[in-house]
Design a protein around this ligand. Structure first.
Ligand code: DC
Length: 229
């Protein structure tokens, strides 16, 4: 099949984007790109430098002095910040907190979006985030918007964090996720919304394999039709 399709997967936290995107990429032999990890790496840098993540001007200046690289290693995507592998640190609660203001700095978005566009230019990529179908690749051949109920998303994220040894009460996590949903949807910079032409998949009650198969089948039929943008 063609290697040239760009597949965008957007949706709120806990909608299953990462797991789904990773598996779709593996099944199609495509590159998997987690754009949230790029914003998280930028947030980590502000913390490492002792910079207030809310200080827009300083953060905007910092992005020009920062190198974020994504490297596919065996089955996993590793994230390098200025040459150091920081993958294990990106989901720490302090990084999750700092990323909200950092990802709203327009210069940060500009630099990272350009990088994402360069990575995906030739297709053969599954890119997930919040604005991939709306801003980064509005012309993508296949655009997906994943969603699920807040309850289900909080339950999934709770298990993920528990597996990583992060302790948080389910109620507190649900409240935090509701807050992040509001921030993602209401922000001025690239707010989270379903892109025009995107296919909505509600993953509440769906098994991961089901949502993966849906997307893989859509990709295969588009490739068979010769739609490779
Ligand atoms: O998907 P995630 O939780 O790793 O994303 C981390 C943060 O980055 C989240 O607050 C939303 C933001 N983000 C964004 O603004 N644009 C993207 N394309 C991806 C993530």
């Amino acid at each position: 099949m063609s290697k040239n399709l760009i597949i965008t997967i957007d949706g709120p936290a806990g909608s299953g984007k990462s797991t789904t995107a990773k598996l779709v990429a593996r099944k199609l032999g495509y590159l998997y790109i987690d754009t949230g990890a790029m914003y998280r790496a930028m947030a980590l840098k502000t913390l490492q430098q002792g910079i207030d993540p809310k200080d827009k001007d300083v953060v905007a200046e910092l992005v020009g002095k920062t190198k974020i690289e994504l490297k596919q290693q065996k089955d996993a995507l590793r994230v390098y910040l200025d040459g150091t592998d920081v993958t294990a640190k990106l989901r720490l609660p302090e990084v999750t907190k700092a990323v909200t203001p950092v990802c709203q700095v327009s210069r940060v978005r500009q630099v990272l979006v350009e990088q994402q566009q360069r990575i995906g230019l030739n297709g053969g990529v599954v890119m997930e985030g919040r604005d991939i179908g709306t801003v980064v690749f509005p012309q993508a051949g296949l655009k997906i918007f994943l969603d699920a109920s807040l309850e289900e998303r909080a339950k999934r994220r709770h298990s993920e964090l528990k597996a990583q040894g992060v302790e948080i009460s389910p109620e507190q996590l649900k409240e935090q996720m509701a807050q992040r949903d509001r921030e993602d949807v209401d922000r001025d910079q690239a707010p989270l919304k379903k892109a025009e032409g995107a296919i909505l998949i509600d993953t509440t009650g769906l098994a991961i394999e089901q949502q993966v198969d849906k997307i893989v089948n859509l990709a295969k039929s588009l490739s068979a039709e010769g739609k490779n943008d």
